[in-house]
Design a protein around this ligand. Structure first.
Ligand SMILES: Cc1cc2nc3c(=O)[nH]c(=O)nc-3n(C[C@H](O)[C@H](O)[C@H](O)COP(=O)(O)O)c2cc1C
Length: 166
């Protein structure tokens, strides 16, 4: 089993949140940087034994289009996915549900979803210095619950908030 950390993070907030989850999950981490325009994402092929954290920021309540595009080049082959939406403490609206659709389309099965706050990358006074110590503790607690679910072989799909059409 490989633990993939598939992240789109232009200003590092999403990456910080994702690392707080993957640090607690079991398995050696293989990072996939969706921010890197030079990577050939078609070469990223997972297996059904693998687990992936797929983390994106919320921009205007949506997933950035380029992240959807690049995620669409990856093939999940039934790998279990933990979806992560990171937002600047306004709202994330349809980000998680859009990410759910894109991840399923790429061949992942969704077993968990997390919304977390990081410093707003435009209006820095919002959620300044987050994720903080309290966020780190909460994310680690979420990761423990997710690890228990994985260890039990429980692949039940969570109910994800948001509206279609986005
Ligand atoms: C263009 C743009 C739009 C954003 N829209 C939202 C939003 O709708 N709601 C929100 O809470 N934060 C919003 N944010 C803040 C980001 O979601 C937040 O700062 C996130 O941590 C950025 O991730 P990054 O540091 O990995 O780039 C927006 C940021 C940008 C740059």
């Amino acid at each position: 089993m490989q633990l993939y950390d598939i992240v789109f993070s232009p200003t590092d907030g999403t990456q910080k949140v994702s690392a707080l989850l993957t640090n607690t999950l079991k398995g050696e981490v293989t990072p996939i940087d969706l921010t890197d325009s030079k990577q050939d994402f078609r070469a990223v092929q997972l297996t059904s034994d693998d687990v992936a954290v797929i983390a994106v920021p919320s921009c205007g309540g949506r997933v950035p289009a380029v992240a959807i595009d690049r995620l669409g080049s990856i093939t999940g082959h039934g790998a279990r996915a933990i979806l992560v939406c990171v937002y600047g403490n306004r709202a994330y609206e349809d980000t998680l549900i859009e990410l759910e659709d894109a991840a399923k389309q790429a061949g992942f099965q969704i077993i968990a979803a997390v919304a977390a706050i990081a410093e707003h990358s435009i209006a820095r006074q919002f959620a300044a210095n987050r994720p903080d110590t309290q966020d780190a503790q909460q994310l680690s607690a979420f990761a423990k619950q997710i690890q228990d679910k994985l260890s039990l072989g429980n692949t039940a799909e969570p109910s994800i908030p948001g509206n279609r059409p986005y």
